[in-house]
Design a protein around this ligand. Structure first.
Ligand SMILES: NC(=O)C1=CN([C@@H]2O[C@H](COP(=O)(O)OP(=O)(O)OC[C@H]3O[C@@H](n4cnc5c(N)ncnc54)[C@H](OP(=O)(O)O)[C@@H]3O)[C@@H](O)[C@H]2O)C=CC1
Ligand SMILES: O=C(CO)COP(=O)(O)O
Ligand SMILES: [Zn+2]
Length: 356
């Protein structure tokens, strides 16, 4: 018999979440409210010039050290820890994109210090999640961390970030549609635990932004807020379930396969966006539930890529990645395990959906 799961029992969430046009200005108050007086600031070189320098100024007297993330490997985190020696920090502030926030999550968890997540863009749902994605020897590795203690999502900063990254965040959010369908398959066929609350939290913002694609302008603050809040909710579902199950299904396996094989030049959200079109096609074909054309047209409307060549992929590379995807995280039951599509099935799907 399936063991009883008590989601929520041990789930931890950010204690402070602020999504506003001035959230960055709350950083000093946030640290002080947490009784923190000695912070490690993690950022990137571009982001420093664009926004983090000002945040450092706001934190005058509170920042003990500023670290720039260039590459994202565990050895980089360890090196920073060694360089810090006996310096005692009681908090970590991360200002940046996914790489910076992932670095910050890991180092803050290892130092057992609260992490303040200040996303400089909205490229994926790692903003508020308790997971960091690293690459070790070219292989993607997901590391469980503490969730950020606070998330300060500044819409002014995000609005001025590269639009390609924000469009990528849209792709990562709507991928929840196939991720949840895959989870339901796991529940029905493998008797997997399933949380209706987590699934709804993942689906609602994704469906809202799919429905609004016609009107969506990712430069308009109120629209951007919807996207950012959706990504934050998505990250929180990972806290509820203790894994990325509600927001990562076959479309993410495809993206991980591309990363592993080193194919193309797409961002995470661009890859999963295209993966979502393909996996929705398979769901719709097999079970009559889904609308891959809606996924595709919404991505087109926000000007995210929907064709392999737009992210530097050939048809052969896409097919190899789809075949490889079945070997990624084998225990996670998805439409790929369910249908076990052949090479010909993949070719038909790619042609029908216009991905190649
Ligand atoms: N934890 C999770 O759940 C997830 C993590 N990931 C991981 O996240 C990473 C990808 O994140 P992503 O954000 O797409 O990419 P990056 O963090 O690599 O950022 C992409 C580029 O955009 C720049 N940038 C970001 N914000 C701004 C800004 N406001 N102004 C100017 N430049 C800016 C960065 O500058 P700079 O060089 O200064 O950093 C960087 O050069 C990958 O490592 C991926 O594995 C992906 C999905 C989920
Ligand atoms: O990208 C993620 C969710 O959007 C993280 O998922 P993974 O656990 O598949 O890396
Ligand atoms: Zn993702």
């Amino acid at each position: 018999m399936r063991k009883l799961v008590s989601y929520f029992k041990s789930a931890e969430f950010p204690r402070i979440v602020e999504v506003s046009e001035n959230a960055r200005k709350k950083v000093r108050n946030t640290l002080e409210a947490m009784d923190c007086s000695s912070a490690l600031l993690i950022t990137g070189k571009n982001v420093y010039d664009a926004v983090a320098r000002k945040i450092e100024e706001r934190l005058e007297g509170l920042v003990l050290r500023t670290v720039f993330v260039t590459t994202l490997r565990l050895e980089d985190v360890r090196r920073t820890e060694v360089e810090m020696g006996l310096e005692e920090v009681d908090s970590v502030v991360g200002v940046g994109g996914g790489r910076v926030l992932d670095f910050g999550k890991v180092i803050s968890s290892e130092l057992n210090a609260p992490f303040i997540s200040i996303p400089s863009t909205a490229s994926h749902d790692g903003i508020a999640s308790p997971v960091a994605s690293f690459k070790e020897n070219g292989k993607p590795v997901s590391i469980s961390t503490n969730p950020p203690a606070a998330v300060l999502a500044d819409i002014t900063v995000i609005r001025n970030s590269p639009i390609r990254l924000v469009r990528s965040g849209y792709g990562d959010l709507i991928s929840n549609v196939t991720a949840v369908k895959d989870w339901k398959l796991g529940k029905e066929i493998k008797d997997e635990e399933y949380s209706e609350v987590a699934a709804s939290m993942a689906l609602m913002p994704a469906n809202l932004l799919l429905a609004e694609a016609d009107r969506l302008d990712l430069k308009t603050p109120s629209h951007l807020e919807l996207l950012v809040k959706g990504l934050i909710l998505s990250g929180m579902t990972i806290s509820i379930v203790g894994s990325s199950r509600p927001v990562s299904g076959a479309e993410h396996k495809f993206s991980h396969a591309l990363d592993y094989l080193g194919y193309g030049n797409g961002t995470h959200g661009e890859q999963v966006g295209i993966g979502t079109i393909i996996m929705e096609y398979f769901h719709e074909k097999a079970y009559g539930v889904g609308d891959w054309e809606l996924i595709k047209s919404s991505l087109e409307k926000i000007q995210a890529p929907t064709m392999a060549r737009e992210i530097g992929l050939t048809k052969e590379q896409v097919i190899e990645a789809l075949q490889y995807a079945k070997r990624v995280r084998k225990k996670r039951y998805t439409i790929l395990e369910d249908l076990d599509p052949s090479k010909e099935d993949f070719e038909i799907a790619l042609e029908k959906t216009g991905v190649v």
